[in-house]
Design a protein around this ligand. Structure first.
Ligand code: UGA
Length: 429
């Protein structure tokens, strides 16, 4: 048994399970508590409820250090407990904090120190401390990305730890458990820690909407957004990352957190104008593909369109706020038939896209299609036999919604190639 202090994790969704597994990897005994019995039973058998690269291996390697339970009692062994429950948006756009409040009530003021990982509105920590005098509370927002969560945890850019003065000893304990990963630690107050999380996601979402608008202008003025981003990104004040134009951002975080920050600002009397535009640009970006298709096909009714990829990004089976959902519905709204292939997200996608014909391979999805749209940049699409694909399709037209494919190779295979913000990509240089 390890000598490091046992750690509690409340809520074994994606954040909770990654957190639990990675602390076990760092040598801690971890008690993971989840209310859904099915989930706990599956985890006890070593089955993960979602796909995250590298996580299965870590869970297997640390089986002895990981305890999964529906009980509260075992958590009492831990000095600190990371709360990792969901905070989905309510119809008003505010975050639903009911799972957070239940977790706090269950842990109680005499239990382990509460370390909030769930993304919550700024001010939540203060409210909780007022509601529960004597509670030890630390804010420690998560910055993990789906698909790279394990390395994001173990090689974090930074760890933000926010606490009131009287909770400094608990914050020290949180800092100590993160110490082995060697990341810069930002010690601050609770509200600033909460805001750092929302502001980081809002800024990254802004960067994406900005480059998408540049791409839309590039389409009009015959410039290439990938060249523009390359030139911009070399300025260290801008940086090259999150400058890939495409079909807009999706997932469980950026759409929710940009909205949450906008609402939070609005509720406190400030109109966050920039963020409203970021959200609107993103909504419109998912639909722009239709006009590109129509330019070649005319009205879409009666056409068969193949979607390559459905997940909101590669290396995940997550369909939350995926651009494919809006795109497929819009195409069907115009009277097109939609076929699709995704190497991992098909099972999740099936429920949300019952009218879409799911294919067993990219080639099957392309069979007889009038056009294809690359929605998710899964690496296997880069290696597809595009000459064969051109023969299988009714007409070899593709809109590369992620500027991912080799335009020249596609042209050589006989395709009409359209991208996002690269009007020249379908002509020889
Ligand atoms: C995001 C943040 O990157 C994490 O730091 C944060 O912890 C997480 O949200 C969260 O709040 O939990 P994630 O949603 O997993 O992580 O995905 P990202 O890799 O950030 O991508 C989000 C979306 O932006 C995807 O749809 C992706 O396709 C899109 N994107 C990303 C672009 O369109 N262009 C880019 O240049 C980068």
């Amino acid at each position: 048994m390890s000598e490091k202090e046992p750690i509690g994790v409340v809520g074994l969704g994606w954040v909770g399970l990654v957190t639990a597994a990675c602390f076990a990897e760092l040598g801690h005994r971890v008690i993971g508590r989840e209310i859904e019995w099915d989930k706990v039973e599956a985890l006890q058998r070593g089955e993960l409820p979602f796909y995250e690269p590298g996580l299965q291996e870590i869970v297997e390697r640390n089986r002895e250090r990981l305890e999964f339970t529906t009980e509260l009692e075992p958590l009492r062994e831990a000095g600190i407990a990371f709360v990792c429950v969901g905070t989905p948006p309510t119809p008003s756009g505010d975050a639903d904090l009911s799972a957070v409040h239940t977790a706090i009530e269950e842990l109680g003021t005499d239990g382990p120190a509460v370390v909030m990982k769930s993304t919550v509105p700024v001010g939540t920590g203060r409210q909780i401390k007022t509601r529960h005098p004597g509670l030890t509370y630390v804010s420690c927002p998560e910055f993990l990305r789906e698909g790279t969560a394990v390395s994001d945890f173990l090689q974090a850019d930074r760890v933000v730890i926010g606490a009131d003065r009287d909770d400094e000893p608990a914050a020290d304990r949180v800092e100590a458990v993160y110490e082995p990963i060697g990341a810069p630690i930002v010690r601050t107050d609770v509200a600033s820690a909460e805001m750092t999380k929302l502001a980081s996601n809002a800024f990254l979402a802004t960067k994406i909407s900005f480059i998408n608008e540049i791409a839309n202008v590039c389409d009009e003025v015959d410039a290439d957004v990938t060249e523009v981003a390359r030139g911009m990104g070399l300025d260290p004040r801008i940086g090259p990352r999150f400058l890939s134009a495409g079909l807009g951002f999706g997932g469980s975080c950026f759409p929710k957190d940009t909205q949450a920050l906008k609402i939070l600002a609005g509720n406190s009397g400030y109109h966050f104008q920039l963020l409203s535009s970021v959200i609107e640009v993103n909504d419109l970006q998912k639909r722009r593909v239709l006009s590109k298709l129509k330019r070649h096909l005319g009205p879409l009714a009666g056409n068969r369109i193949a979607l390559l990829g459905l997940a909101f990004k590669p290396d995940t089976d997550d369909m939350r706020e995926a651009s494919s959902l809006v795109l497929a519905s819009r195409l069907q709204g115009e009277g097109a038939t939609v076929s699709a292939y995704d190497p991992f997200a098909e099972r999740n996608a099936r429920e949300q896209l019952p009218q879409v014909e799911m294919a067993a391979s990219a080639m099957d999805a392309l069979e007889g299609a009038d056009a294809a749209v690359l929605v998710t940049e899964w690496p296997e699409f880069g290696d597809l036999d595009w000459e064969e694909a051109a023969k299988r399709m009714k007409a070899p037209l593709i809109v590369d919604g992620r500027n991912f494919l080799d335009a020249e190779a596609l042209r050589a295979a006989g395709f009409v190639y359209e991208a996002i913000g690269r009007p020249g990509a379908n002509r020889p240089r």
